[in-house]
Design a protein around this ligand. Structure first.
Ligand code: MCN
Length: 788
């Protein structure tokens, strides 16, 4: 009898397999865009605007052209000749590749210098002389809609103001009625700061146009290779490069976090230059360019209100949002989605009434709208709802944990129909919070807090219980450029039993090479080490929409399971043929089919695969491969309960995060170690906007903290010891019961920290401080509230 290995031995689901990709990463063998060197390759550097809003009077390239090695300088007017000066953003907006007469934000691309070395290109860049006529920029989104404000997007025919879109969800009249008759109403203005993803690798590309075959290969840092190819085809179509003539290759990526979803002008300029000069062109941003000019996230101004009873029952919420998207809406137009960005604004609670509306405006800031490790503005919504919940608890005089327990959607109420249009698939919020409270020792901490308060010490405990919404599609609700959102897996098992699996997603550090292999191993019984996972090459991978919005597990992960099951069906047929029994007489155990009641009569998956090429039933196609394009019936709704404990130094305002307990529910877990890594990284990115990061501009549009010397990215030193754990409510509609997890910590983390800090300061009557909550803001609030 053939003895099969256990799920653990083959690296199946639920096991902490070491990441396959790390073997090359930790040995410095990762292959990134900047590692690509092609014969005859030219280098591009970009001249950027020092002004936020200015007319371009003249571009003088004379001196630049004298720099040894400089080949040419490309301006917007040059691109205009070929109709290559405009491009769509990934959603529904457009932006200039290079401006022809007006710059719209500081650090905007104005022209590009092409040279035989990157140093010559940089010297050429310094030698370009541009004459500007500066104008007063629009930096305040609230003033952007004033009739006196200049209309910024004059390129858009018929545009008479700076409004981009309006979105709303929920029942406005009913919400007003509930608010009018409620015992208790709390209201808070808040700002969610403009932040940047700051991935370790900046953006860049090598555009390689092959004149002979009229074919473009684009090596680039993109999270969505297929969708980007479609965008490139829309632009490059003007010079006859249609989609089948374009190959996008996304090699290893050093972090994306949403910032490598948009299309950046540098990509299009590199393509245009490669097309015009017939040579490969490399463009790699430097760190400052990346921080100052790439698309930004958040920058939302929210008026948030909650109505309820004195007994602590939440009845309704109302949100009015103004989104500052800068010069263009880079990546996330909510009108594309059925219930848009703030639609998860009822959080994990079971009240039936809510209304949310949002407007986005243009200003003279760099492009905004990137979903930085948050889908569809969930981070912003959760920040608002979880702050409101604490304010409400404070007002009715109850413990914030009790208020949450009282108002949670109950586990038996799933699927839950939210008042803003979603159907939450599953969850057990009470169990999650209870576990977090047990782990942190909630009751003892409250006791300690009371003792410390009596001594005048500042200690705070903050809770955040959140629901995420991840996995776009379903295709009926979501599209990018009209392409319906699904994702894909293609599995090919070779006669030797070794497999190659390709996906439409693209890992930027999430560990897909390991976790996808684990799903296939579990379903097919082929050891994960024998399954090579590939993503990121549009010539070989099946079409997919990419990796963001924690969608890879909900979509491509499901596709991997379904494609594997298709192969298992085929394997059953072959096994029945080989064992000369009917299919119904066979039973499956990972890695083999055996005859019911006679386990010694068995065929292993390796034997079956070999037979698929050598000895398969008549009428059956040879080979052992399957593809699945998975269109999910619904999103998945991961959730979490986070508790943060802080100590604050009253004299200086310094905040010490003493404990942080994160209990997540992402359904069935494929790889616990990878999920833990995702949570650790995400939590570090959660303390970022909560305590450190915010891009600041002056009234003239100058960025005031445009280097990593003064834009404070938290490191391991600033991170507490994260205490992580899980509960599991499998997604009922996902083939392996998994939900996404990548964004949960960045969604749930900031409000837990903010709530803890405010809790510590509450004895002084302080009820809110906008994030990032810095020592200075704490000290100032304490001073204003009479603490000194
Ligand atoms: N996973 C698992 N079990 C689950 C859910 C997920 O083992 N139940 C594993 C997955 O198989 C995958 C990882 O956890 O290896 C993340 O899966 P998922 O939540 O599906 O998210 P994506 O793979 O789609 O990644 C996107 C998400 C987002 S939106 C951003 S932004 C982000 C992030 O993940 N950017 C990252 N994590 C990042 N991690 C790194 N290192 N770098 C980035 O740029």
């Amino acid at each position: 009898m053939t003895q099969c290995k256990t799920s653990k031995e083959i690296g199946g689901m639920g096991h902490s397999l070491k990441r396959k990709e790390d073997a090359r990463f930790i040995q410095g063998k990762g292959h990134y865009v900047d590692d690509i060197r092609l014969p005859g390759m030219l280098y591009m550097d970009i001249v950027r605007s020092p002004y936020a809003y200015a007319k371009i009077k003249n571009i003088n390239i004379e001196e630049a052209m004298k720099v040894p090695g400089v080949i040419t300088v490309v301006t917007g007017k040059d691109l205009e000749k070929y109709n290559l000066h405009w491009m769509p953003t990934l959603m529904s907006d457009t932006q200039m590749v290079l401006p022809t007469d007006t710059v719209m934000y500081q650090a905007q691309e104005v022209c590009a210098v092409i040279a035989t070395s990157k140093y010559a290109a940089r010297d050429g860049r310094e030698a370009v002389k541009i004459e500007y006529e500066p104008m007063k920029p629009v930096m305040d989104p609230f003033k952007s809609l004033d009739p006196s404000a200049p209309v910024l997007r004059t390129d858009k025919p018929g545009k008479t103001n700076n409004h981009i879109w309006h979105w709303q969800a929920g029942d406005k009249n009913k919400t007003e009625q509930v608010f009018a008759s409620a015992d208790v109403v709390v209201k808070q203005q808040m700002h969610i700061p403009r932040i940047h993803v700051v991935s370790i690798e900046t953006c860049g590309c090598v555009a390689d146009y092959d004149k002979v075959n009229h074919h473009l290969t684009m090596y680039m840092t993109t999270q969505a290779p297929h969708a980007i190819r479609t965008v490139i085809a829309l632009v490059a179509g003007h010079v006859g490069l249609s989609e089948e003539k374009i190959r996008v290759v996304s090699p290893d990526i050093g972090g994306g976090f949403g910032g490598k979803v948009p299309v950046y002008p540098g990509y299009v300029i590199a393509i245009a230059v490669s097309f015009l000069v017939g040579k490969p062109v490399k463009w790699i941003e430097d760190r400052s360019e990346n921080l100052q000019a790439d698309s930004f996230a958040r920058d939302y101004h929210i008026t948030a209100e909650m109505a309820g009873t004195k007994a602590g029952r939440i009845l309704a919420t109302r949100f009015k949002v103004l989104a500052d998207h800068g010069y263009t809406d880079a990546a996330a137009n909510p009108s594309k989605f059925p219930a848009g960005m703030f639609s998860i604004c009822t959080g994990s609670y079971d009240y039936a009434t809510a209304f949310a509306e949002a407007d986005a405006v243009y200003t003279n800031k760099p492009p905004g709208g990137v979903a930085y490790r948050c889908s569809f503005r969930v981070t912003e919504a959760v920040q608002a709802i979880e702050r409101l919940t604490d304010l409400f608890a404070m007002k009715v005089g109850k413990d914030p944990a009790d208020i949450r327990m009282q108002n949670f959607i109950k586990k038996e109420d799933f699927p839950w129909h939210s008042p803003t249009g979603w159907v939450y698939d599953s969850g057990n919020y009470q169990a999650g919070l209870q576990k977090a409270m047990d782990v942190v020792g909630y009751a003892a901490l409250r006791k300690e807090q009371a003792e410390k308060r009596a001594r005048g010490e500042l200690m705070g405990i903050g809770i955040s219980t959140f629901t995420e919404i991840v996995g776009a599609g379903p295709s009926k609700d979501f599209d990018i450029l009209g392409i319906k959102m699904f994702d894909s897996a293609e599995i090919r098992v070779h006669p030797t039993g070794k497999a190659i699996a390709r996906f439409g997603t693209k890992s930027q550090g999430q560990g897909h090479e390991t976790t996808y292999a684990q799903i296939i191993a579990e379903e097919l019984g082929i050891p994960a080490e024998n399954i090579q996972v590939e993503e990121g090459d549009t010539d070989t991978a099946p079409y997919g929409l990419g990796t963001y919005a924690s969608r890879s597990t909900p979509t491509a992960g499901a596709a991997a399971a379904i494609a594997s099951r298709k192969l298992r069906d085929k394997a059953r047929k072959i096994a029945a043929y080989l064992l000369e029994v009917s299919e119904e007489d066979l039973e499956w155990e990972p890695g083999k089919f055996f005859v019911k009641g006679a386990p010694e009569k068995a065929k292993t998956i390796q034997e079956i695969v070999f037979a698929a090429y050598t000895n398969h039933p008549q009428g059956m196609e040879a080979g052992f491969e399957a593809t699945n394009y998975y269109d999910p019936p619904n999103l998945t709704f991961p959730s979490g309960a986070y508790i943060c404990v802080v100590d604050i130094d009253k004299e200086t305002g310094a905040i010490h995060v003493r404990r942080f307990v994160a209990i997540d529910d992402c359904g069935n877990i494929i790889n616990p170690m990878i999920v833990q890594g995702q949570v650790h990284g995400g939590l570090t990115q959660a303390i970022a906007p909560a305590m450190y990061e915010e891009l600041i501009y002056d009234e003239e549009g100058n960025i005031l903290n445009g280097t990593l010397m003064d834009y404070l990215v938290p490191t391991a030193v600033e991170s507490p010891k994260w205490e992580t754990g899980h509960i599991c409510t499998p997604s009922p509609h996902h083939p392996i019961g998994a939900k996404g997890v990548g964004e949960s910590p960045t969604v749930g983390g900031p409000p837990a920290i903010a709530n803890a800090i405010i809790d510590a300061l509450s004895p002084f009557g302080i009820t809110h401080i906008d994030i990032p909550i810095t020592p200075y803001k704490v000290w100032k609030a304490l001073k204003e509230h009479g603490a000194y």
